[in-house]
Design a protein around this ligand. Sequence first.
Ligand code: ATP
Length: 378
Amino acid sequence: MPETGDCGLQLKGVVKSFATATALAGIDVSLPAGRFSVLLGPSGCGKSTLLRLIAGLDQVSAGEIWHGATRIDGLPPKARNLSMVFQSYALFPHLTVAENILFGLSVRGVARAEQRTRLDRVAGMMGLSELLSRKPAELSGGQQQRVALARAVVSERPICLMDEPLSNLDAKLRAEMRSEIRALQQRLGLTMVYVTHDQVEAMTMADLIVVMNAGRIEQVATPRLLYARPQTVFVAGFIGTPPMNLIPRTALGSVPAPQGTATIGIRPEDMTLQGDGHRVEARVREVEYLGADTLVALEIDGARVVLRQSGQAAPLRDRVTATLPGDRLHFFDSRGQRIARPDDDLSDQQETSRDPFLQANPLGDRDPRIAVAAGLGG
Ligand code: ATP
């Protein structure tokens, strides 16, 4: 079982430039030991580049990477005490499952008896004991994925890096593997850094999500805080299905908002067609029945806004009055930054009291990036 000790990862001012582009423009973040951190963002935002820098497959252009008290950015990959799982499982087709799992240990010259002990333990844990003599071509996608995970786990390295490991699987298997990987990480106390562009994967698996955009970090927070208190318009529009409505302040002239507000945000499930709150006239544009929910697309003074109702919506007239509860509004300035609400601190405290991870690592600072870097380092 890997030692977790104080093996968190710290990235300080990490820059990666290629000849034609700057992929990472200064990344500062602490990824806590024994926790599941997810790098989340759209295609091309720099997630894989960052993972490759941590792994040592590429070199930083500037900045430092630390593992606990050791600076690792100058070390070769094999000296970094980590394992990696890629999207392509990278299994050797001519080797059996057992040989694939043990490949790294053989290369490292680990004694045969030790290899056997670890293989038995990991194969049992991953449900692969019956498949050890098969070749990868004789396995299902999920089984192949499990072999790739087993190969990482058998190395007993404290840090595990995963780059979109589930994207080749169908939806049902993906959901199963999500919980398997999460359970494995917790059981082994691994420091996990997991890359995905899938927000559901991030929200369901992570202790901490690092949202990236165009080579920069937008926000670092727990899934719940990220959803409840997005710090930027980008995060607000990226998390949630459908995402938060981001309405020009000018379209909601009657709704009180702090000075400097350029955009007002409200989640589809926070709007209603009755109840208390600010009332605005809207035209119904489209009604989409999804089974458990109904999405109603509205137009409010030229802005398209989606409202979610649970169950099947009653037939709607062409014009309705939508209600926006005041305590559910999010305000952003013209640079897309959140304008803090008086109750933001309160929601932090409530969030902290609900979440054991936060109790141990309070995100008290206004900018969670700083709080995380200060509170969880090393
Ligand atoms: P995806 O989800 O599509 O894999 P990503 O967030 O992982 O995206 P990266 O692969 O890290 O993004 O790429 C970040 C940026 O760096 C992109 O603009 C990409 O084109 C660029 N980039 C990555 N590798 C290289 C390279 N070897 N040479 C030049 N540019 C590169």
